[in-house]
Every structure is written in C-alpha cells, then in structure tokens.
Design a protein. Structure first.
Length: 122
C-alpha cells in the first residue's frame, strides 16, 4: 500500500525544468507555456487529460501560478503531435486554485508539487 501512495504523489515523475525536459511532450509544453506566460524554471504537470482534439493540461509554474489550457493535436494523428498554439487558456494564482479545489487527494499532490518547486527553483 505504501508503494502505491508513494507513486500516486511522486512529484519527480511530473516535474520538468527548462534545462532538462524529459521528452518531446515536455519540450512542446515549454513552448506552449512560454507563449502563455514567459519565464519560469520548474514546471509540474498536475493533470493531463487526452481528448480527441487535443490534450487538456494543468501546469504549475514555479510553485506560484496555475495554467490550464488545451494543446491541440494534428487531426490525422492520434499520437501526441502538437498541432497548434494552446487554446482555452486560464491562469490562476496558487491561492485561488487552492481555495477552488479544497481538500483531498489532488490537494496533497498540489502541495507536494509546490514544495518540490521551491526546492528546485533556479
């Protein structure tokens, strides 16, 4: 049971930095996030929901700002190939987002990601 809880709240798996993006998706996300809000050095992907037209993403930037957006996919690909700039963009402060989500499992992940961001900020 402990192993499952550890994996569920493992912030290393959802963190990437400007200097060390994990994969092509991380590199695409850097471009997308920079087009919304430039700067930032530590990013945590809090939610990634694949849909037919694109991926809905919720990203924590430097433990301070939450950015929610959809990243369109190329229409003929079912793989993660970015097809355009981010759309349906919403930006919230960390405090506003915490109030909105309340307590629960997702809040635990958020709080761990915030702590991790403060440790890894440049």
């Amino acid at each position: 049971m402990r192993n499952r809880l550890t994996e569920r709240y493992d912030v290393d798996a959802i963190r990437f930095t400007r200097e060390a993006p994990h994969n092509a998706l991380s590199r695409d996300l850097l471009g997308a996030v920079d087009s919304i809000r430039s700067g930032g050095s530590v990013f945590h992907i809090l939610r990634d929901t694949p849909e037919d037209s694109g991926d809905e993403l919720l990203v924590l930037i430097d433990g301070e700002i939450i950015v929610h957006f959809e990243l369109p996919r190329l229409s003929f690909k079912r793989t993660r190939v970015v097809g355009g700039p981010p759309v349906d963009i919403q930006i919230e402060s960390l405090e506003e987002f915490r109030k909105r989500i309340g307590q629960g499992r997702f809040r635990l992940l958020l709080d761990r990601a915030v702590d991790d961001a403060h440790l890894h900020r440049a």
